[in-house]
Design a protein around this ligand. Structure first.
Ligand SMILES: [Zn+2]
Length: 223
């Protein structure tokens, strides 16, 4: 069987989506790219999270053709593959319909950068792309268009949900968790009044500190 370790990793990471209450029923998906072969491991379509195993993950090539697997890959596979082709540094993609972030998406609204945690993690707002139908590459194209001029590893898709990228699948999952966390806080803040924007200069300083100085020296190894 191809890529047994990456299959196990992608399967294990899906449990973080349910543990963090980011998905309902079979919605959401994670993929990871094997740097050596360029092959991509992705969740099978329509399988419940409790039934995911390393063996039933699907392996596809960069053009979304199934290389190994008995089940159909996620209906977002073509978009994941587009994102990998567009960004060689990307090693993982995560997609959820997490509640607070998707509420912003339903309005076609970006999440404004009004928290230092957002400046740290996203380097600015979390942008919201336009509407795209599911099934082809259009979502992937729109996500990458949104992220091109942004420090953010996460984009919202109008009327749909959250797509995140990372150097690894684990990093992409972390971005999905943090997206929902800040979306919930910004939503709460908006119930109290008008959140105060952080200046572009302060956002840049916070993002630089977080991405260059913060954390343990070994963090890159385990991230
Ligand atoms: Zn979706």
């Amino acid at each position: 069987m191809l890529l047994p370790e990456l299959r196990a990793e992608v399967c294990r990471l899906h449990a973080l989506l349910t543990a963090n209450h980011l998905v309902a029923w079979t919605s959401g998906n994670i993929s990871a790219r094997d740097p050596a072969s360029g092959l991509i491991v992705i969740k099978p379509s329509g399988i419940g999270y409790d039934d995911l195993t390393p063996e039933n993950m699907v392996v596809v090539d960069a053009d979304a053709r199934v290389v190994e697997g008995d089940l159909l890959p996620s209906s977002d596979t073509a978009s994941h593959c587009y994102m990998y082709r567009a960004a060689p540094e990307v090693g993982g993609v995560t997609h959820t319909h997490s509640r607070y972030a998707t509420a912003f998406a339903a309005l076609g609204r970006s999440i404004p950068c009004v928290l230092t945690a957002m400046a740290d993690e996203f380097g600015g707002e979390i942008p919201c792309g336009g509407f795209a139908l599911i099934g082809g590459e259009e979502i992937g194209q729109e996500v990458m268009r949104c992220l091109r001029d942004s420090h953010s590893p996460a984009a919202l898709m109008q009327n749909h949900g959250v797509f995140t990228i990372g150097k690894s699948a684990r990093a992409a999952v972390k971005a999905a968790v943090m997206t929902e966390d800040v979306a919930a806080t910004v939503w709460l803040a908006e119930q109290l009044g008008a959140p105060i924007p952080i200046s572009a200069e302060h956002i840049a300083q916070l993002h630089h500190r977080y991405t260059h100085i913060y954390g343990q020296p070994t963090e890159e190894i385990i991230a």
